[in-house]
Design a protein around this ligand. Structure first.
Ligand SMILES: Nc1nc2c(c(=O)[nH]1)N[C@H]1C(S)=C(S)[C@@H](COP(=O)(O)OP(=O)(O)OC[C@H]3O[C@@H](n4cnc5c(=O)[nH]c(N)nc54)[C@H](O)[C@@H]3O)O[C@H]1N2
Ligand SMILES: Nc1nc2c(c(=O)[nH]1)N[C@H]1C(S)=C(S)[C@@H](COP(=O)(O)OP(=O)(O)OC[C@H]3O[C@@H](n4cnc5c(=O)[nH]c(N)nc54)[C@H](O)[C@@H]3O)O[C@H]1N2
Ligand code: SF4
Ligand SMILES: [Mo]
Length: 683
C-alpha cells in the first residue's frame, strides 16, 4: 500500500484562508482536514473547505485551452493559445495604445488573485486593473481612510459592545479583515463575557437571532441611522470630550450638521423607531469600549462612502479608536512591490472617481460602451466572473461582448468564459504554490499554500502562463521572478520569511502583537494628523465634507411595490461551487425569502415557484415564507446563473444606473420588484 504524506497548506475558497492538512496517497488527495494550530480556524473546516477534493477532481474542470469558433469552442494547444494571445495583444497595443488592455480579477480570496497578470498588464503599459472592488470592501476602506488615515478593525478581545452593521459572519466567516481565531466563536464568546450585541440588518440572520437588539433597517438607509445616532450621542453629551477636543477636526461643523438629523427624522427614513435609535446610540456610546464591524451589506449601495463615513464618526466621537475592545489599527504585513506597477497612462475612472484607489468596473463598462474617454478593446479575466456579479447582467454582457478580444483564465467554463475568445484552464489552489499575509491582534503573520498534487493534465498555474506570455511579448525582462517559488520569495522579502521557512509550519509571525493608542505617539495618518470628522479632501473634490444621507434611487416604482435585496448562501462563494454535489445538496435552489404578509397577498406558499420581476428583468425562484425578513422586503439568493445552473442570476434584476459619486458603486442589494406565483409546491 502506498504511504500517505501529509502536506500543510491553507484553503482559499474564501478570504478566511483556514489552515488545512492534506493527506496525499500515490499522488492523489486522500483526505482533507483542518489544521488545529492555524490562527484562522483552529482545526475547523467548513463544508466548502471539506469539499476541496471534489473541486480538484471535478469532471467539469476545464481540461485544455479552448478557442471560440463560429459554432462553439474548439480545443487548441497551449502553444497556439499563448501565441495567439501574445500576438493579438501586441497587435491591439500597436493599434490602440497600451491602455486598451484591461485586467479583471475577482474577489482577492488569496494573494494570487491580487498578483495574477498584474505585472504583465503593467509591463504592457496599461494602468487598467479592475475587479469587484467598487462592491467589496474598498469603498468602506476609502471612507475609513478619509476619516482616520487608515482602517481600524473591530477588536473583540475585551469589548463590551459589538455593533455588527451589514455583516453576516455566520455565513461569510468575516468579522473584519483581521484574524481573530475561529470566526464562529468570536462573537458568541464576547457575548458570554457580557458584551452587548447589536445587529443592524434588514434580514434576521443567525447573528441577528442571537442579538440583544436586531435592528431591521430598510436597505440603503444606514446613513440616516448613523446621523440619528450621532444626534443622540452629541445631544445628550455622551461623546468623549477629551478625545474630540484633542484628536478630531470639524466637531463644531458636525454639531451643526446633525441638528436636524433627529431620531424622529431617522425613523421616517430607516423604518427604525426613534426610541430604538436612542437606545442603541446610548448603549454604544456608554458601554466603553465598544466596537463596530461594517460589513459588505453597506458596500453595495450607491451612497456607500458617505454612509460608512457617517458610521466611522461614531468610534471617533466616542473615543473608541485604537483602544482595546474598540476599533484598532493592527500591524500590517509589508510586501515587495512590483517594479512596474504604476505604468502611467490615463486610468479609467480617474476623471470621474478621483478618490477611488482602484479602477472601478463601472468606469470600464462605460468606457467600453461609450468610447469615452477611450474604448478598451481587450480584457484578461483572472479568477472572476464579471458577467454575473455586476449590477445589470445585461449591461455587463453587452460590454464584454463588445470587446475585440477576451481571454478568460478559470478552472470551470463559467458564464464569463462563455463569452471568451480564448479560455485557459487554470491549475487550482491545491495544484500550485501560493501564500497569504494577515493582520491580527497578536501581530501580522504569513502562511504558505503548497502545491499538494500535480495539476490536472494541461492545467497550468497563473505564474507559468503569465511568464510564458511575457516572454512571447518581449516583456519578461521586467519580471522580478520566473517561477512560483521565486514569486513568493520576491513578494515576501520585506517580511524576512521565505518559502523554506514556511514549508513545515502552518504560519509564521512577522510582527509583534498590536499596540494601542499609537496616535498619542504618531498622530493619525491624515493630512491634519487627527481624525477628520470634516473632510477637506472630500470638499476639495467637490463632495460633501460632512456625511450626508442620500435618498436611494428607484423608489418607489409604479408596478413594483416590493423592495428586493440579495443574500449569499454560506455554502457557496459568489458564483462558485454550485457544481460540487456535496454543496449543491445543501442549497439546491435559488430561494426568495418573503414575509407571510406579502406571501399571503400574492397567494404564495412555502415551496411555490415564483417569478420575481424588476424593471430590469425577471427570474424564477423558490419561495420561502418567513418572518426573517421585513414586510415589503424580499431577499433573493445571489450567485446562480453559470451554464451548469438551472437557476438564474439575481443581477438580471439589479440596475447599474445609480452610482456612488465617489466610488461608482452600484445598487446590487436593492431593487424594486414584484412577485407572481408560477408553480405551486403541491403541483
Ligand atoms: N447582487 C449581488 N451582486 C454581488 C454581490 C452580492 O452580494 N449581491 N457580491 C459582490 C461581491 S462582495 C463580490 S467580491 C463579487 C465577486 O465577484 P467575482 O470574484 O468576480 O466572482 P466569483 O464568483 O468569486 O468568481 C470567481 C471565479 O474564479 C474561478 N476560480 C476558482 N478557482 C480558481 C483558480 O484557482 N484559478 C482561476 N484562474 N480561477 C478560479 C471560479 O470558477 C469563478 O468563475 O460579487 C459582487 N456582486
Ligand atoms: N460562504 C461565503 N463566504 C464569503 C463569501 C461568500 O460569497 N460566501 N464572500 C466573501 C466576500 S467577497 C465578502 S465581501 C464577504 C462579505 O461578508 P459580510 O461582510 O459578512 O457580508 P454578507 O455576508 O454579504 O452579509 C451582509 C449582510 O448585510 C445585510 N444588508 C444588506 N443590505 C443592507 C443595508 O442596506 N444595510 C444593512 N445594515 N445591512 C444590509 C444583508 O442582509 C446581510 O445579512 O464574505 C466573504 N465570505
Ligand atoms: S471556504 Fe471554509 S474552510 Fe475554506 S477558507 Fe473559507 S471558511 Fe475556511
Ligand atoms: Mo466581496
Amino acid at each position: 500500500m502506498a504511504t500517505e504524506e501529509v502536506i500543510q497548506t491553507f484553503c482559499s475558497f474564501c478570504h478566511s484562508n483556514c489552515g488545512m492538512r492534506i493527506s496525499v496517497r500515490a499522488g492523489k488527495i486522500a483526505r482533507v482536514s483542518g489544521e488545529p494550530s492555524h490562527p484562522a480556524n483552529l482545526g475547523r473546516l467548513c463544508p466548502k473547505g471539506a469539499a476541496a477534493k471534489e473541486l480538484v477532481y471535478s469532471p467539469q474542470r476545464l481540461k485544455y485551452p479552448l478557442r471560440k469558433t463560429q459554432t462553439g469552442f474548439e480545443r487548441i494547444s497551449w502553444e497556439l493559445a499563448l501565441d495567439t494571445i501574445a500576438s493579438r495583444l501586441m497587435g491591439l497595443r500597436q493599434k490602440y495604445g497600451p491602455e486598451t488592455l484591461v485586467l479583471y480579477r475577482g474577489a482577492p480570496v488569496n494573494q494570487e488573485v491580487f498578483d495574477g497578470f498584474a505585472q504583465l498588464l503593467a509591463a504592457y503599459g496599461s494602468p487598467n486593473r479592475t475587479g469587484p472592488s467598487h462592491l467589496c470592501h474598498v469603498p468602506i476602506q476609502l471612507a475609513k481612510s478619509l476619516t482616520y488615515g487608515g482602517s481600524p478593525e473591530p477588536d473583540y478581545g475585551s469589548t463590551k459592545c459589538m455593533v455588527i452593521w451589514g455583516a453576516n459572519p455566520t455565513e461569510s466567516n468575516r468579522v473584519g479583515d483581521a484574524v481573530h481565531g475561529r470566526v464562529d466563536k468570536v462573537i458568541p464568546r464576547a457575548k458570554r463575557r457580557g458584551a452587548k450585541l447589536i445587529v443592524i440588518d434588514p434580514v434576521r440572520t443567525p447573528m441577528a437571532s442571537m442579538a440583544d437588539e436586531w435592528v431591521p433597517i430598510i436597505p440603503e438607509t444606514d446613513a440616516a441611522l448613523a446621523l440619528g445616532m450621532l444626534n443622540v450621542i452629541i445631544g445628550e453629551g455622551l461623546y468623549d470630550k477629551e478625545f474630540v477636543d484633542r484628536w478630531t477636526v470639524g466637531f463644531p461643523s458636525l454639531v451643526e450638521h446633525i441638528q436636524q438629523r433627529t431620531p424622529l427624522w431617522a425613523e421616517k427614513v430607516t423604518g427604525i423607531p426613534a426610541g430604538t435609535i436612542e437606545r442603541i446610540a446610548r448603549i454604544y456610546a456608554t458601554a466603553k469600549p465598544a466596537l463596530i464591524h461594517m460589513g459588505n451589506g453597506l458596500d453595495q449601495h450607491p451612497n456607500v462612502v458617505q454612509t460608512t463615513r457617517a458610521i466611522s464618526l461614531l468610534p471617533a466621537i466616542t473615543g473608541n479608536v485604537d483602544v482595546p475592545g474598540g476599533n484598532a489599527f493592527y500591524p500590517q504585513p509589508k510586501l515587495s512591490p512590483y517594479p512596474t506597477l504604476s505604468p502611467g497612462g490615463k486610468r479609467l475612472g480617474d476623471d470621474k472617481y478621483p478618490l477611488f484607489p482602484n479602477v472601478p468596473f463601472p468606469a470600464v463598462l462605460d468606457a467600453i460602451l461609450t468610447g469615452k474617454p477611450y474604448q478598451p478593446k481587450a480584457m484578461i479575466v483572472n479568477h472572476g466572473n464579471p458577467v454575473l456579479i455586476n449590477a445589470s447582467e445585461r449591461r455587463a454582457r453587452e460590454a464584454l461582448e463588445k470587446l475585440e478580444f477576451l481571454v478568460v483564465f478559470d478552472i470551470f467554463h463559467s458564464a464569463t468564459a462563455e463569452l471568451a475568445d480564448i479560455v485557459l484552464p487554470a491549475a487550482c489552489d491545491l495544484e500550485r504554490i501560493g501564500f497569504g499575509v494577515y493582520s491580527s491582534p497578536k501581530g501580522a503573520f504569513v502562511a504558505l499554500q503548497q502545491k499538494v498534487v500535480e495539476p490536472t493534465p494541461e492545467c497550468r498555474a497563473w505564474f507559468e502562463v503569465e511568464y510564458e506570455l511575457a516572454k512571447r511579448m518581449g516583456l519578461d525582462k521586467t519580471y522580478p521572478w520566473k517561477t512560483g517559488e521565486e514569486w513568493v520569495n520576491y513578494r515576501l522579502r520585506p517580511t524576512g520569511v521565505s518559502v523554506e521557512d514556511l514549508k513545515e509550519r502552518p504560519f509564521v509571525n512577522i510582527t509583534p502583537p498590536a499596540e494601542y493608542r499609537k496616535y498619542l505617539r504618531d498622530g493619525f495618518a491624515t493630512p491634519s494628523g487627527k481624525v477628520e470628522l470634516y473632510s477637506e479632501r472630500l470638499k476639495s473634490h467637490g463632495y460633501e465634507p460632512l456625511p450626508v444621507y442620500q435618498e436611494p434611487p428607484q423608489t418607489p416604482v409604479a408596478g413594483f411595490p416590493l423592495l428586493g435585496t440579495t443574500r449569499r448562501p454560506g455554502v457557496y462563494v459568489h458564483t462558485r461551487f454550485r457544481n460540487l454535489p456535496s454543496l449543491r445538496k445543501r442549497e439546491p435552489d435559488c430561494v426568495v425569502r418573503i414575509h407571510p404578509k406579502d406571501a399571503q397577498e400574492r397567494e404564495l406558499e412555502d415551496g411555490d415557484q415564483a417569478l420575481v420581476h424588476s424593471p430590469e428583468g425577471s427570474i424564477r425562484v423558490k419561495a420561502r415564507v418567513t418572518t426573517d425578513t421585513r414586510p415589503g422586503l424580499v431577499v433573493v439568493d445571489f450567485g446562480w446563473g453559470n451554464p451548469w445552473d438551472e437557476w438564474q442570476n439575481v443581477n438580471i434584476l439589479t440596475s447599474d444606473d445609480a452610482r456612488d459619486p465617489i466610488s461608482s458603486t452600484t445598487s446590487n442589494r436593492r431593487f424594486p420588484c414584484q412577485l407572481r406565483k408560477v408553480v405551486s409546491a403541491s403541483e
